[in-house]
Ligand binder design. Structure first.
Ligand code: ATP
Length: 190
């Protein structure tokens, strides 16, 4: 199968993430999209980052019964910090039957030249880029490995959602109902 990898901290997952994942899984040649949850970086402050397992659980709740999407905890077992090229190499070895593609926003494409072994990344993998309003795509937009997609933009971030929760405001309609229920019943991000 052809699988798109969408990396993120998903702290927490929101509809912006799911709109992109579902678009890529249904309106491109990808068979599946895996939402790869990035682990806590041991060197970074953990204050606002929920535990790995909680974020993974929320991604699973968000995906619900969408069989084209899958939550992946592959990076939890890899050495940290996990660089995308290393995760891709690991996945390629573990799943030789699949072809992996990277999914990223135009803002990330613009700074891709700063990533570890980005040339190796571009040599070995296609990159499906969704344009972001106002964000420049940078010099790699014309690279033969890069494909551009117009995904309807939704201007929300996990930071905004955490801020709302902390302030006691509702995040209904910004996250899937199952995620909302979990967030409202616990103490995450309060
Ligand atoms: P935070 O506000 O905590 O930085 P985030 O909402 O940007 O989080 P991430 O988990 O870091 O979420 O997102 C994963 C990827 O999805 C990132 O590359 C990010 O730029 C992108 N992304 C997040 N929210 C949106 C959105 N509303 N529209 C398009 N891309 C998004």
């Amino acid at each position: 199968m052809k699988i798109g990898l969408f990396f993120g901290s998903f702290n927490p997952i929101h509809l912006g993430h799911l709109i992109i994942a579902n678009y890529m899984a249904t309106q491109t040649d990808l068979d599946r999209v895996w939402l790869v949850v990035s682990p806590q970086n041991p060197l970074k402050p953990k204050k606002t980052l929920a535990r790995d397992r909680d974020r993974l659980h929320l991604v699973r709740l968000g995906i619900a019964d969408n069989t084209r999407l899958r939550a992946s905890d592959v990076e939890f077992q890899l050495p940290q910090p996990s660089y995308t090229i290393d995760t891709l190499t690991f996945l390629k070895e573990k799943y030789p039957e699949h072809q992996f593609v990277l999914i990223m926003g135009g803002d990330n494409l613009a700074s891709l030249h700063l990533w570890k072994n980005y040339e190796q990344l571009l040599a070995g993998y296609d990159i499906y880029v969704y344009k972001r309003p106002g964000a420049d795509l940078g010099a790699l937009a014309d690279h033969p490995r890069v494909r551009l997609y117009e995904v309807p933009p939704l201007d929300i971030s996990a930071t905004y959602i955490r801020d709302c929760i902390k302030a006691g405001k509702s995040v209904r309609y910004l996250v899937p109902d199952a995620v909302l229920e979990y967030l409202e019943s616990g103490t995450l991000y309060r």
